[in-house]
Design a protein around this ligand. Structure first.
Ligand SMILES: [Zn+2]
Length: 469
């Protein structure tokens, strides 16, 4: 996969505080070091459900969990066929988990640094001392003469740890043969070693409160710049200021900044009728906490009427945003104020289109709305640390393994996310599959259209960006 830079990678680590820091110097005074995450590098906190899922994947495969209690863990989504998250512990990438859609399972991809956190009891090989320099020093693969023993559970294609007789990890790689074959081989390739950029973790316990403290300076600077931006835009434009609130973390951080810059403003929330119940609850909770009016447009009937005519929305035919969000919001603005200024939680680290977007713009589908993006320069870590610092009520779905909150069946989602939703919200998911099945049968499409998620893409058109929030 090509490397995709949407901005400078800002993620660094303080080895004194054992926490991520978004600046060259930690608030404790210690210099920080860069974390070698794959670009775009928009890492986020691993929440308890993420940690459970990753520990389960590692335990099943290697016989031991990866992430210990009391340590800060981050996840960094990287370009992949479906979904792959790098795992950051102790300021290093210690591995990744990758979803394999054909097999409907997650695969752990450790890096040597993972051995600082787990001692594998399954799927490891032990090598002869003579083989250590070439494997450790040059990243050479493990050949049969260098093999001392191999765990009987190893099958061809498995990820394995490469250990010395003393139990030290000198590499990781993929087994090219199963354990029984390896035991009989006199020559040939046993494990192809994976070459990774060296990334050495410094383990240590810390809490998210510690991380917020470590980022005091960086957060204040980003907050001040965003408040200035909001005040400038509001001074230059006489329209009624509002916040487009989606129930997601980015619009929450945007709201917090706008409240500090301008005081109370109304919230605009476009309910497609396909929102998670938790998202609607969050809109209410946020409106109540900050004493705000939430103007709620709901257009569920329109969605299903359109579905009956055109089938489900797809990444290259996302009629849902126009029909259920942009048009109803436009009508709401016309009825209430004629025109308005809306602050939106768009960030450049989300996608190429958003990186290229102007910071103040008008959407051609909602000409009544002047949009502005106060947190355009923020990474997901800025957003989360800021929300933690402000103790703001964020959507509870983030704690259940979802990292992007929109309509529950958004065609832009990966299949791994749908599996998580299917488990945590079975009723919603069953309803959606029922609707898809209706369309699939009427159109004479194959079952694959549903099972392999083919409904998410229509044809050859470019993907459309959801242009609202
Ligand atoms: Zn520090």
């Amino acid at each position: 996969m090509p490397r995709l830079y949407l901005g400078k990678i800002l993620l660094r680590w303080c080895d004194a505080c054992h926490a991520p820091v978004l600046a060259g110097v930690c608030a404790c005074g210690a210099p920080t070091r860069p974390v070698a995450v794959t670009p775009p590098g928009d890492a986020r906190p691993a929440f308890p459900d993420d940690i459970d899922r990753i520990n389960q994947i590692f335990s099943e495969h290697f016989g031991a969990p990866l992430i210990p209690d009391g340590h800060i863990a981050l996840l960094n989504k990287v370009p992949a066929e479906d979904r792959m998250d790098e795992i950051v512990l102790g300021g290093a990438v210690v591995g990744a988990v990758r979803y394999i859609p054909e097999e409907r399972r997650w695969e752990p991809l450790p890096r040597p640094g993972a051995a600082a956190y787990l001692q594998p009891t399954k799927r490891y090989v032990v090598v002869d001392d003579g083989a250590i320099p070439s494997i450790q020093g040059k990243g050479a693969s493990l050949l049969a003469p260098g093999l001392v023993s191999i765990d009987p559970a190893v099958r061809e294609g498995d990820e394995v740890f490469i250990l010395t007789r003393a139990g030290e990890c000198i590499g990781v790689g993929r087994a090219k043969v199963d354990a029984a074959t390896a035991a009989t081989m006199e020559r040939g390739l046993v494990v192809r070693t994976r070459k990774n950029t060296p990334s050495v973790p410094v383990p240590g316990e810390a809490t998210w409160e510690d991380a917020v403290r470590a980022n005091e300076t960086a957060l204040s600077e980003y907050e001040a710049a965003s408040i200035r931006f909001v005040r400038d835009v509001a001074e230059q434009n006489p329209q009624r200021p509002t916040v487009s609130y989606s129930g997601g973390k980015d619009s929450l951080a945007t709201l917090l900044v706008v409240l500090k810059a301008l005081g109370p403003v109304p919230l605009l929330f476009a309910d497609t009728g396909l929102e998670f119940p938790e998202t609607c609850e969050n809109v209410d909770a946020v409106a109540e906490r900050y004493g705000l009016t939430a103007l709620w447009v709901c257009d569920e009937e329109t969605f299903w009427a359109e579905f009956e005519k055109n089938g489900p929305p797809a990444v290259d035919n996302r009629w849902c945003c126009k029909v259920c969000k942009l048009h109803p919001v436009g009508r709401l603005i016309s009825e209430n104020w004629g025109e308005c200024l809306s602050f939106i939680g768009q960030r450049k680290y989300e996608s190429v289109k958003r990186m290229q977007s102007r910071r103040v713009w008008r959407n051609s589908h909602v000409p009544q709305q002047l949009s502005a993006a106060p947190i355009q320069q923020w990474t997901a870590m800025h957003v989360w640390l800021y929300i933690f610092r402000e103790k703001a009520p964020y959507n509870s779905l983030y704690e259940r393994g979802l990292d992007r909150i929109g309509c529950f069946m958004c065609p832009s989602s990966d299949l791994a996310t749908f599996e998580i939703i299917k488990e945590s919200c079975p009723d919603l998911w069953e309803m959606w599959i029922g609707r898809l099945t209706g369309w699939q049968e009427r159109q004479g499409l194959s079952r694959d259209w549903i099972e392999r998620g083919l409904w998410r893409k229509r044809g050859d058109a470019d993907e459309e960006e959801d242009s609202y929030n």
